[in-house]
Design a protein around this ligand. Structure first.
Ligand SMILES: [Zn+2]
Length: 308
């Protein structure tokens, strides 16, 4: 693929797209939409095994052979990268201050080598230091999609799964919003795009057109139906797996792998729906105090990532 910059033709570098958002904002859905493009692949949350102590295992293939995880990227590859990342993450001073002799980017390089037709890799890790660690690798163009979801929906999901209180959630969300603001401000405008979950689900085609323009890709109809193809994800929200497999047996295996009990409301919700659908459960699950407090925080989040 070629692009023209200042009148000089140049070959485009492979792109790494990071999805930046609060957990439970729809990043797995967004990653799968982009990953459904024939030139793109969604890898899930590359840093999840380190952040959440998950095994390096594809959530779709589980113990079956996976074309990506365990084959293209082995556990040893990731552990080596994590060790490097840990070593330098305490020294990260600022987005452009990072200069390392040993560069990040190795996992993306391994995937790129195994799948030469893929030009866009999506990593839905939400760890900003992880994004900064790889940034020094000049073989890639790094792009950032900031995804904002109505905080009432984000909180309802967290409350449902972990019993999170309003105060704990609001404090943590405010701190993360501050970090997002700093990160967003440091990135040049050509490398960042902001979207809302509500827009993504309500006006999917319009959002896809914005994203393909941002990534210099052609429009691909497959992106409208992200559940029709397999995405070999590590980490990421188990809801996609539920939606994709439509299988309670798979969900039970996933529970064993992650050593968690998946939320039954999620299970019922996702097993019954097979398409991209707006999750509005917060409307009945939250009380008035929770709704009011989070409604007031919504504009702060939107403003931090340039969405008004
Ligand atoms: Zn797999």
């Amino acid at each position: 693929m070629k692009s023209v910059t200042c009148g000089t033709p140049k070959i485009m570098k492979p792109q790494i797209v990071y999805i930046i958002c609060l957990s439970r904002s729809g990043s797995t859905l967004l990653g799968n939409i982009i990953g459904s493009h024939h030139e793109a692949m969604h890898l899930g949350e590359m840093v999840a095994p380190l952040d959440k102590q998950f095994p390096v295992k594809c959530r779709v293939c589980l113990d079956d052979p996976c074309p990506v995880w365990g084959r293209v990227i082995t556990e040893r590859d990731l552990i080596t990268t994590y060790r490097e990342f840990r070593r330098c993450s305490t020294k990260i001073m600022g987005f452009f201050a990072l200069r390392r002799k040993r560069q990040g980017g190795k996992p993306y390089h391994l995937v790129g080598r195994a799948f030469p037709d893929i030009n866009v890799l999506v990593d839905s890790s939400k760890n900003l230091d992880w994004c900064k660690f790889h940034y020094s690798n000049k073989k890639f163009d790094f792009k950032y999609i900031f995804l904002v979801r109505d905080l009432r929906g984000v909180f309802a999901s967290s409350k449902r799964s972990f019993g999170t209180s309003l105060n704990t959630f609001a404090t943590s969300a405010s701190a993360q919003i501050d970090k997002f603001r700093q990160f967003y401000d440091d990135i040049d405008s050509a490398s960042k795009l902001s979207l809302s979950y509500e827009q993504l689900v309500g006006e999917t085609e319009l959002c896809i057109k914005q994203m393909v323009a941002f990534l210099s890709l052609s429009f691909d109809e497959s992106m409208l139906d992200p559940n029709s193809s397999v995405h070999h994800l590590i980490g990421g929200n188990p809801s996609y797996i539920m939606q994709f497999t439509q299988s309670k047996v798979h969900v039970e295996m996933l529970e064993q792998l992650l050593k968690v009990q998946l939320d039954k409301s999620d299970e019922n919700y996702y097993l019954k729906s097979s398409s991209v659908e707006m999750d509005r459960r917060w409307q009945t699950e939250l009380n008035d105090e929770e709704k009011m407090a989070l409604k007031a925080l919504n504009p702060v989040l939107s403003k931090a990532v340039g969405l008004q």
